[in-house]
Design a binder for this molecule. Structure first.
Ligand code: KMH
Ligand code: ZN
Length: 277
């Protein structure tokens, strides 16, 4: 198999998240139909992976296993996107329900490397849970994306890989989630510090900045040769005071930023190769 060309940029879309309500943001994709349509539009715009949180009939976050499985199947049926299920869920989800997410057999899962203050809440990721989820991902042959909300979590990733070895597929992909109130700031300086501390085993990394840190983080990531995550999980405005119309609009902007940096969006097939899928 030929190598993925070095100019490729993996664009991940995180279209929904668990924090925004449908009432506050009617354009947020919360039903299965809306999510699949979003996936199609974002793939057409240049995304190769989708980071999925789902909602119940009342548009509230849920980790219902039947719905998760149906969502994975529908996205596989209707798109070529790599389907990454969130194991972070919402700050209110219990750890056992978050472990059961892998029963829905996604291609990839998020795996956060430590506990973080999350606004006024706590996003809980105790070390034994991190290790159990990681070992489960290895057993189930699900490729993890290590989520890094803080610089200490980069060190935790060293510890995890040293203790439990490489992920399924042998590639190591992580994502800096920056600018969460309680985590590292969404600045170029913090990104540079994080990237320089990454384990040698890391084969690819992306970054996303929450809210107003979206553009500074995207530009810093491109400057450092990283990939991009974008989407309404992370930002709801396209510019100051102007609401995002759709997730595809954010993907289109990421493609344009990549083009300026002489990067070409990775196809889903190239992204699979990059991530060891
Ligand atoms: N909703 C946040 C508490 C993940 O998807 O893995 C956690 C989160 C991270 O979004
Ligand atoms: Zn998420």
């Amino acid at each position: 198999m030929t190598d993925v060309p070095a100019d490729r940029i993996l664009i991940t879309v995180a279209p929904t998240g668990a924090e925004t309500t449908k009432a506050d943001c009617p354009q947020l994709p919360t039903t299965l139909e809306e999510l699949v349509e979003t996936g199609r539009a974002c793939q057409a715009a240049g995304a190769a992976m989708i980071h999925v949180h789902i909602r119940d009939d009342d548009h509230r976050p849920t980790l219902d296993l039947g719905r998760l499985s149906e969502t994975v199947a529908a996205l596989h049926e209707e798109t070529d996107l790599i389907v990454q299920l969130s194991t972070g869920g919402s700050v209110h989800d219990p750890l056992d329900a978050r472990l059961r997410v892998l029963d829905a057999a996604p291609d990839s899962c998020s795996l956060t490397m430590g506990t973080t203050n999350f606004g006024d809440d706590v996003f809980s990721n105790p070390w034994p849970f991190v290790c159990e989820l990681y070992q489960l991902s290895q057993e189930r042959r699900v490729v993890p994306e290590f989520e890094l909300f803080d610089l200490g979590q980069v060190h935790a990733m060293h510890r995890l890989l040293d203790t439990h070895g490489l992920p399924h597929g042998g590639k190591v992909h992580c994502d800096f989630v920056m600018g969460v109130p309680g985590g590292m700031p969404g600045t170029a300086d913090a990104l540079v510090a994080g990237v320089s501390a990454l384990p040698d085993a890391v084969t690819s990394w992306s970054a996303t900045g929450i809210g107003r840190s979206t553009l500074p983080v995207a530009l810093a990531s491109l400057s450092k040769g990283g990939h991009l995550r974008v989407g309404m999980e992370d930002v709801l405005t396209i510019s100051r005071g102007v609401p995002v119309d759709s997730n595809a609009q954010l993907v289109e902007r990421a493609v344009e930023l990549g083009r300026l940096a002489q990067r070409t969006p990775a196809t889903p097939a190239e992204a699979r190769q990059l991530l060891g899928l």
